[in-house]
Design a protein around this ligand. Structure first.
Ligand code: GDP
Length: 178
């Protein structure tokens, strides 16, 4: 169907298995759709699972398709924004961010790699009321600052904390990049 004013955003979400990528997207997608009243499509990389969320125009509900595929070039092609997610309670999920970041740039090969919009999300800040946290906000902000001031959000998909703000920023960032 021809939709003259639609904006199709391709958002790639990368991070270790279990950090909460799927949970974050499930919380965010309806909000982003409502906010912009435009078609929103997200492609989520949860290891080898790709999920595409598409809006049913009649019901406003999201139809979900899942399929297994490798993270090849087609997965990354046309990305408007890359969200890197880690779990603030698992140091390894923070340490692997650089790999995800580098792999993304290698695959997408943007003309201006330094200008490509990334957003970092530190998820699961609710766990044990924050007492099992091992990566500090300062450490994460320093990581972002040394990579061209990547925007940073701390979230809890479980308690729906800060997820809307994170995804509003992501949507704006991706649309500017179009
Ligand atoms: P993915 O593999 O990165 O897509 O991670 P999932 O979204 O499947 O989440 C992995 C597990 O962590 C699930 O059991 C989620 O319910 C849980 N989870 C996700 N986000 C949060 C969060 O913010 N807080 C807590 N406590 N659990 C979460």
């Amino acid at each position: 169907m021809f939709m003259p004013n639609r904006t199709l955003l391709k958002v790639i979400v990368l991070g270790d298995s279990g950090v909460g990528k799927t949970s974050l997207m499930n919380h965010s997608s309806r909000y982003v759709y409502k906010r912009f009243s435009q078609q929103y499509k997200a492609t989520i990389g949860a290891d080898f699972i790709t999920k595409e969320l598409e809006i049913d125009e009649k019901t406003g509900h999201f139809a979900r398709q899942e399929r297994f595929q490798s993270l090849g070039g087609a997965f990354y092609r046309g990305a408007d924004c890359c969200i890197l997610v880690y779990d603030v309670n698992i140091v390894k999920s923070f340490e692997t961010l650089q790999n995800w970041h580098d792999e993304f740039l290698k695959q997408v090969n943007p003309s201006e790699p330094d200008a490509f919009p990334f957003v970092l999300v530190g998820n699961k800040v609710d766990v044990d009321g924050g007492s099992s946290r091992v990566v500090s906000e300062r450490t994460a902000r320093d990581w972002c600052a040394s990579r061209g001031n990547i925007p940073y959000f701390e979230t809890s998909a479980k308690e729906d904390y800060n997820v809307d703000d994170a995804f509003l920023c992501i949507a704006k960032t991706a649309m500017v990049n179009q």
